[in-house]
Design a protein around this ligand. Structure first.
Ligand SMILES: Nc1ncnc2c1ncn2[C@@H]1O[C@H](COP(=O)(O)OP(=O)(O)O)[C@@H](O)[C@H]1O
Ligand SMILES: [Mg+2]
Length: 256
């Protein structure tokens, strides 16, 4: 595939939980190396959309494609399990709440999935852990347990763990929202570094400045629809829709 191919394609995504429709005909394409930000109030469907990309919250309608393969294919159970495991290995996810295994050191957190799923040796996994932890500035904490790390450090280990699987796509769901303000920057720095390396990323965030500085495109979601999308300089400075303006205004007031 060339650089210009649509790498992630979400086509007419629809999701209902019972009678509650949380995604209403969402369409989104992300090219290889692009960084797309998603902003919007709580409850607008951002997390549901990210989870749908991995089929963790299967859509009730529409299609998700990654690198030319449909993720949410209808397959007999056994075949589906094999298919979805292979797809999920290509996508790294980092959530708001650090989901490190508490009884494992940073090293063990990073080596576990590659050893289990890619069947690489302990030596190889160890080299990989050192490489990835070094990348996020955590090599000097390699044998620390999560309880011995700050929130920002835990989140950096979580990123290293996701990167150790060599994902094609990284999804961040409010990765810095649970952090004390002084710890946000160290995590944002790691995401910026990934951006410079042209990692394809979809980033759900409440940090408008950060989104403006790293994203190629930003989507504003409200009540299950994409209200507006565009380059950050347009979406933040000169939005076309009143709903976007109102959201940004409220957000700015809240941040004061
Ligand atoms: N498993 C679930 N069952 C029922 N409703 C859900 C479930 N997950 C999310 N929702 C609802 O879907 C809507 C969108 O949620 P979510 O995607 O988490 O929004 P956001 O991430 O933008 O805050 C909310 O109204 C939420 O309550
Ligand atoms: Mg959410």
């Amino acid at each position: 595939m060339t650089e210009q191919t649509d790498f992630v394609e979400i086509r007419h995504a629809q999701k209902s939980f019972g009678t509650l429709e949380v995604l209403k005909d969402i369409n989104l394409t992300v090219r290889r190396g692009q960084i797309v930000g998603i902003i919007g109030s709580s409850g607008s469907g951002k997390s549901t959309l990210l989870r749908a990309i991995n089929d963790l919250d299967p859509l009730t309608g529409g299609e998700i494609w990654l690198d030319g393969v449909q993720v949410n294919k209808k397959l007999p159970h056994r075949q589906y399990e094999k298919h979805i495991n292979a797809m999920r290995q290509q996508v790294g996810m980092v959530f708001q709440h650090f989901n490190l295994f508490p009884h494992m050191t940073a090293r063990e957190n990073v080596t576990m999935a590659p050893m289990l799923l890619k069947k690489i040796s302990r030596e190889e996994a160890d080299a990989l852990a050192r490489e990835q932890l070094d990348k996020v500035g955590m090599l000097n904490r390699i044998d620390y347990y999560p309880s011995q790390l700050s929130g920002g450090q835990k989140q950096r280990v979580a990123i290293a763990r996701a990167l150790a699987m060599k994902p094609k796509l990284m999804l961040f769901d409010e990765a810095t929202s649970a952090l004390d303000p002084e710890l946000v920057e160290e995590v944002n720095m790691v995401m910026k570094q990934l951006a410079e390396e042209h990692m394809t990323m979809i980033i759900v965030t409440h940090e408008m400045d950060f989104a403006a500085s790293v994203c190629d495109r930003v989507l504003f979601m409200d009540k299950g629809v994409v209200v507006e999308e565009g380059p950050p300089e347009v979406l933040f400075r000169n939005p076309a829709k009143e709903r976007t303006r109102e959201f940004l205004r409220k957000h700015l007031e809240g941040a004061k």
